[in-house]
Ligand binder design. Structure first.
Ligand SMILES: NC(=O)c1ccc[n+]([C@@H]2O[C@H](COP(=O)([O-])OP(=O)(O)OC[C@H]3O[C@@H](n4cnc5c(N)ncnc54)[C@H](OP(=O)(O)O)[C@@H]3O)[C@@H](O)[C@H]2O)c1
Length: 240
């Protein structure tokens, strides 16, 4: 892996208390990147911080990415470190489980899916960009899913939110050409996490990827990114 991750860099990873986000926070801290994480469950966040703080400088905020004040607080926490190099919009919701078909999908659930999976990443990116534009550098990673491009029955709300996230990421990257800020859309593939268990409880866990492997692949994809916009499938990215 090249040296994109420099000691002293600063990252925000939403949903850093479990699964892919926590595994990524471990990797970033191990590379000396000062990291801000969040999650809604204060107990799980405290437990995550107890582990992660042994690896490096980490700040944790309890909150919901769909809450505007919380989004502002995340960027302010990064600014207290003096810079912001990486934003990873990782926190996400399935909406309801068992996953409903589109006919069964309630408006409130659909609205919540879009608030968490689309509006929150856009809002966070807009605030992060104020900091990144000043330094003329930065990377925004939006975590997507193959449900954004495949038509899986009962994944309509989640899949549509991720498809919209991907398209707005492409357009954002176009708007940022020349700014020094890049946009990466990363599909982690199926991982052994709480989200996967909630969606597909009967899946054979031994066939699912360890989120730690996906996090290492994501680190590599960020480090090797050359174009202003890329979409990567982490299942196809070698682990550093
Ligand atoms: N697992 C898979 O197989 C798979 C496949 C394709 C794509 N993905 C994508 O990969 C990403 C990570 O998924 P994962 O499987 O690692 O999920 P996970 O294990 O369920 O972890 C989700 C994390 O996000 C936090 N979170 C959820 N909603 C939040 C909100 N509204 N505000 C703030 N934090 C929130 C959770 O903490 P709290 O619950 O305490 O808030 C937790 O830290 C997601 O974008 C997901 O769509 C996953």
């Amino acid at each position: 892996m090249n040296t994109w991750f420099e000691s002293g860099h600063v990252a925000i990873v939403t949903g850093g208390t479990r699964g892919l986000g926590r595994a990524l926070a471990r990797e970033l801290l191990a590379h000396g990147v000062r990291t801000v994480i969040d999650g809604r469950d204060a107990v799980v966040l405290a437990e995550a911080l107890a582990e992660l703080s042994s690896l490096g400088e980490v700040v944790g905020l309890v909150g919901d990415v769909a809450d505007d004040d919380h989004v502002h607080a995340l960027v302010e926490a990064a600014q207290r470190f003096g810079r912001l190099d990486l934003l990873v919009n990782n926190a996400s919701t399935l909406g309801a489980v068992p996953l409903p078909t589109i006919e069964e999908l309630g408006s409130e659930t659909l609205r919540r899916i879009f608030e968490v999976n689309l509006f929150a990443p856009i809002h966070l990116a807009r605030h992060a960009l104020r900091v990144m534009r000043r330094s003329e550098s930065g990377t925004i990673v939006n975590v997507t899913s193959d449900a954004a491009v495949e038509a899986y029955a009962a994944w309509g709300g989640y899949g549509a939110s991720k498809a919209a996230l991907e398209q707005i990421s492409r357009i954002l990257a176009q708007e940022l050409v020349g700014s020094g800020v890049r946009v990466l859309v990363a599909d982690p593939g199926e991982m052994r996490t709480q989200m996967h268990r909630a969606a597909l409880p009967d899946a054979d866990a031994s066939t699912l990827r360890d989120p730690a492997d996906a996090a290492r692949a994501l680190m590599r994809a960020i480090a090797e990114m050359r174009a202003p916009f890329e979409r990567v499938r982490l299942s196809e990215t070698a682990i550093a």
